[in-house]
Design a protein around this ligand. Structure first.
Ligand SMILES: [Mg+2]
Length: 196
């Protein structure tokens, strides 16, 4: 059974706090990963959104280029890609396309379609791709997707530790994801065979 799996990039495939070092250097701050408890990092860095955007404008590409993979992300994505349809769905803007493609090939990740939405709203794309499972790290996205009826695996981060609703499962690493998708596939096949 082939599932359509949508995968977010930042904080989900990449280490969620890799950008901190550059941001700390730029803003002369000393924020630690455990202090990143909200998604909007300018609040954590105690700078204005405008200042953060200026930093992102200057260093965003470099930051994405130097992003660190989460442990096991590559191995699990390669395995999933053998049996399922993988789609990368990111809020990154279209102008980050080149660096994103380069980073994926540099890291030997499955060469699937990458959608750069330039927006955090992912429900329409999930519908269009007939998504079965969405892997995401942003809390608000997870809620929106689950409310629209999608099954979400939420990668645990300091900034998404809030109450979950039905349809969302918190996962802690890529091995969890592999296990849950394996079980989900098995259970669905069992159900289908019973009906048949
Ligand atoms: Mg993300």
């Amino acid at each position: 059974m082939k599932l359509n799996i949508c995968v977010d990039i930042d904080g989900t495939i990449t280490d969620a706090y890799h950008w901190l070092e550059m941001a700390n250097e730029y803003f002369k701050t000393n924020v630690k990963p455990c202090e990143v408890t909200v998604y909007y990092v300018h609040e954590v860095l105690k700078v204005t959104r405008q200042d953060y955007l200026r930093f992102y404008e200057m260093y965003g590409e470099e930051m994405h280029f130097n992003a660190i993979l989460r442990e096991q992300a590559k191995e699990v994505l390669c395995k999933l890609n053998k049996f399922h349809n993988l789609y990368y769905v990111t809020a990154r803007e279209e102008k980050m396309k080149n660096v994103t493609n380069k980073w994926f090939s540099m890291n030997g990740l499955p060469n699937s379609q990458i959608y750069l939405l330039g927006s955090h709203y992912k429900v329409e794309k999930a519908k269009e791709l007939n998504c079965d499972i969405f892997i995401e790290d942003r809390y608000e996205n997870a809620i929106q997707l689950a409310q629209a009826g999608f099954k979400v695996l939420l990668m645990d981060c300091y900034y998404n530790r809030k109450p979950l609703i039905s349809g969302i499962t918190r996962v802690y690493n890529w091995s969890d994801i592999e296990k849950i998708i394996g079980e989900y596939t098995e259970n669905t096949i069992k159900k289908l065979t019973k009906i048949a």
